[in-house]
Ligand binder design. Structure first.
Ligand code: C2O
Length: 469
């Protein structure tokens, strides 16, 4: 296996190392395949079986165990629940492979945005890591906007918050990666089937790794410390097939669980558990600019279609709130600028990323565009198809996705690109292109996928959140 680089501190004795899948030896990959194959060979009723484990996340058949359908999305439990889920899955995998050294690897899509080769080839049922429902088996790369810019936006936020803080913002790229990797109809695209795809576990390994990287960045980054959160209980199955119940406080630290990532030191347990000051109720945000009449209730606003084409939405300032938009926005510590896409509905997830940009100049090159990137719409678990499945998270009236665009607003103000009377949001769809594919072909497919997805939104709004005192 690959020795730690000179700058990495050696892992403390007894700490197991989760490696980048790209660094695995043939023997390690064989062991991984062996474990997955053994889990797939167990009867579905065995809690250690592949099917049972996947159903703990979600299932679209009537649940046969109280452990099923438990994944946490859009809540403060997103990171800890998936950490506990991976931890017990990894123990089962080790048992199934009969390899005490086996660790779950991670897929670092930021630097390797195509599905790892071992998961694509051979493209046959003889390969336990292959899933025939996956669109990205075609070797196309995930968009950089999602895997680099979207992740960096999340890491830059210092509060944990499941809405517009680190946790909630990281869920955006996380969900977009699900949906683009799986593609229309793919297991990865649906909450109720995602964990059936072996790549799911490596995708979440990277999410889990990013949580540790975020804590290591310091600057006040800390996990929530309120007792209701810390005492929340989750149940999983272990390598004996027994049900295990654990509290969030017991799985908050990767060091406590005895593992670390190969390029990431464990955050100090104290930092992972740091007591933040008592929870302060967030101040109310002011609606400052909107694409529809500000007084109009959202359910009265007519939904507009969002197809596979660039759409520019002009925002008008709300007269009473113009001052809020005209104030200075420091990148941190001051008022926050939020961009919200409201009342989004889709019949099923589109097979491409829908990037959201603020004040994007019409002639910006692909590289310049990145400076105006706000985020990517996340359809994972939020479509009508998900609602029909057993464990959809979608609400009947559609969903709202809110992004923190404070650093971007600060930059725009610095570059004189901020005029409260002329704000606009651009939706920019980006289809993953398989190597060798003709552009026309990709566009034809993306348009068909847009038609099936039937994405609509009601309103785009900019809100200003006063600085915390
Ligand atoms: Cu619970 Cu990435 O999904």
């Amino acid at each position: 296996s690959c020795p730690p680089g000179p700058s990495d501190p050696p892992p403390p004795p007894g700490v197991r190392v989760r490696q980048n899948v790209a660094a695995l030896t043939t023997a390690q990959l064989d062991s991984l395949r062996k474990g997955v194959a053994a889990m797939k060979a167990l009867p579905d009723s065995d809690p250690r079986s592949w099917t049972f484990q996947a159903a703990i996340h979600g299932t679209d058949i009537p649940p046969t165990s109280p452990l099923f359908n438990k994944c946490e999305h859009g809540t403060v439990g997103f990171l800890p629940w998936h950490r506990g889920y991976l931890y017990y899955f990894e123990r089962i995998l080790r048992w199934a492979a009969n390899d005490p050294a086996l660790m779950l690897p991670y897929w670092e899509w930021g630097t390797a945005p195509t599905v790892p080769g071992a998961f694509r080839l051979p493209a046959s049922a003889t390969n336990p890591l292959y899933d025939a429902t996956r669109t990205l088996n075609n070797g196309a790369a995930l968009p950089n906007s999602v895997v680099v810019d979207g992740v960096n936006n999340a890491l830059a936020l210092t509060d944990f918050d499941s809405g517009v803080g680190f946790s909630g913002t990281l869920e955006g790229p996380h969900g977009a990666i699900h949906v683009i990797t799986g593609g229309p109809g793919g297991n990865m695209s649906a909450v109720s089937r995602a964990a059936r795809d072996p790549i799911f576990w490596l995708h979440h390994g990277n999410i889990d790794r990013l949580w540790d990287r975020w804590l290591n960045l310091g600057g006040g980054r800390a996990n929530p410390s309120d007792p209701t959160f810390l005492d929340t209980q989750y149940s999983f199955a272990d390598e004996t097939g027994a049900t295990v119940t654990t509290k969030v406080r017991d799985i908050l630290s990767s060091a406590t669980l005895g593992y670390r990532y190969d390029d990431t030191p464990n955050p100090a347990v104290a930092a992972a558990m740091a007591l933040t000051t008592a929870a302060v109720a967030p101040p109310a945000a002011t609606l400052a600019a909107t694409s529809s009449a500000p007084a109009e209730a959202l359910d009265k606003v007519e939904a507009k279609p969002l197809g596979f084409e660039v759409a520019r939405v002009k925002l008008a300032p709300v007269p009473d709130a113009r001052a809020a938009l005209a104030q200075a926005f420091p990148a941190t510590g001051g008022p926050r600028v939020l961009v919200a896409v409201e009342g989004v509905t889709a019949d099923r997830p589109p097979g491409y990323a829908v990037g959201v940009y603020l004040n994007l100049p019409p002639d910006a090159s692909a590289e310049e565009r990145r400076r105006y990137y706000v985020g990517t719409l996340d359809f994972f678990g939020k479509t009508k198809a998900d609602e029909r499945a057993a464990h959809g998270h979608g609400g009947g009236g559609g969903f709202t996705q809110t992004f923190d665009a404070t650093a971007l607003a600060a930059r725009l103000q610095g570059g004189k690109g901020w005029d409260p009377d002329a704000l606009s949001v651009v939706f920019l769809p980006e289809a993953p292109t398989p190597p060798g594919a003709a552009r026309d072909e990709v566009v034809v497919q993306a348009r068909a996928s847009a038609e099936a997805a039937n994405v609509r939104y009601k309103r785009v709004a900019v809100r200003v959140l006063p600085a915390r005192r």
